[in-house]
Design a protein around this ligand. Structure first.
Ligand code: ZN
Length: 336
């Protein structure tokens, strides 16, 4: 039976986002539920068709799923009275040759092939893997072994939704989790937030109030992702626990990651370190001075949200009204 109210899951959403970021060229699926398109995927090759497309077997007039569902009997064509059926491959029928050819082309021209959520027992879909000529095959399957485990470069025994939503995060921490260099999501238009100087224990999927606020402001202002950076990466939820003297290894690693993020295209940087924290240790201002010396740092679009303090410091992401406008922040004028 066809259920129209099924929503895309984490796997569908992650694949749609990867395509949007130009990291994914096509999805080849044996599913007929149309959920990849519902999640936003454009390049979808449906080996077995799609139940949301239906047509008259006589005059080929097409019908949507609502039409099919509204009929209590076998749905018939309003034009010619012929029998209408879903555009799916039934067991005794052959696969659509055009879709199959496009699938072979997509597999044979790919650098990376991710095979997920299938036990690879259904032919000819499973046979497509033999057309791969690229660098690596990643097999993600929660079930047991598949006939293709040996052919794969990486085998992950986990659900595809879980694995793909993990790779949609940017997350770098130091040894023993004592530092956090970056935490964010992958997208084409990120809001990059320079947050407080004492990163919390937040992690992908386990956001703290500061990161939840960053996520919300990014969404409200039309960004598709957010990236949290820090002036100093030491994890210390208590500001008094901050190193008395700078750890230069942390600082250098932090600069390297910040430089990589800021050199991306169309970066908007939200100055959000707050006034109290940056005054906490003298070296924190020097960290910012070094960050601003990085290539591209001053060329990014800088913004602030909320009132600037008397000393000119930008507001922290917390304790802001729900709808607070984003203002241009003059990083060159900001005096340390
Ligand atoms: Zn008809």
């Amino acid at each position: 039976m066809v259920h129209m109210d099924i929503e895309p899951n984490d796997a569908h959403k992650a694949l749609a986002k990867l395509e949007e970021c130009h990291k994914l060229s096509a999805v080849i699926t044996q599913n007929i539920d149309g959920l990849h398109q519902k999640a936003g995927s454009v390049s979808v090759l449906e080996l077995h068709g799609n139940v949301s497309r239906n047509y008259c077997m006589d005059c080929h007039n097409s019908y949507d799923i609502e039409f099919m569902m509204s009929s209590s009997d076998v749905p018939t064509c309003t034009e010619c009275g012929g029998v209408t059926k879903p555009d799916v491959v039934l067991y005794e029928e052959d696969l659509d040759e055009e879709v199959l050819n496009k699938s072979v082309e997509a597999v044979s021209s790919a650098d990376l092939l991710i095979v997920g959520g299938t036990s690879l027992n259904i032919y000819p879909a499973a046979g497509l893997i033999h057309y791969f000529k690229g660098k690596a095959i990643v097999l993600i399957n929660k079930g047991g072994e598949t006939p293709y485990d040996d052919m794969s470069d990486i085998v992950i025994r986990d659900s595809i939704g879980h694995v793909l939503s993990e790779v949609m995060w940017l997350y770098e921490t130091g040894a023993n989790n004592r530092a956090r260099f970056v935490l964010g999501t992958i997208g084409r238009k990120p809001l990059v937030c320079f947050g407080g100087v004492n990163p919390s224990t937040a992690a992908p999927g386990e956001l703290d109030p500061t990161l939840k606020a960053v996520e919300r402001f990014a969404k409200e202002n039309g960004f598709d992702s957010y990236i949290m950076l820090n002036l100093y990466p030491q994890r210390s939820t208590n500001p008094n626990g901050l190193h008395k003297r700078i750890n230069l290894a942390y600082h250098k690693e932090n600069l390297k990651i910040i430089e990589e993020i800021l050199s991306r295209e169309n970066v908007t940087v939200w100055a959000a370190w707050g006034g109290t924290l940056i005054e906490k240790r003298p070296y924190l201002k020097r960290c910012l001075v070094d960050i601003l010396k990085l290539e591209n740092a001053r060329d990014c679009k800088w913004v602030s949200i909320g009132a600037i303090s008397k000393k000119g410091h930008p507001h922290h992401p917390l304790y802001l009204r729900t709808v607070t406008p984003m203002d241009a922040f003059d990083i060159d004028e900001y005096s340390l």
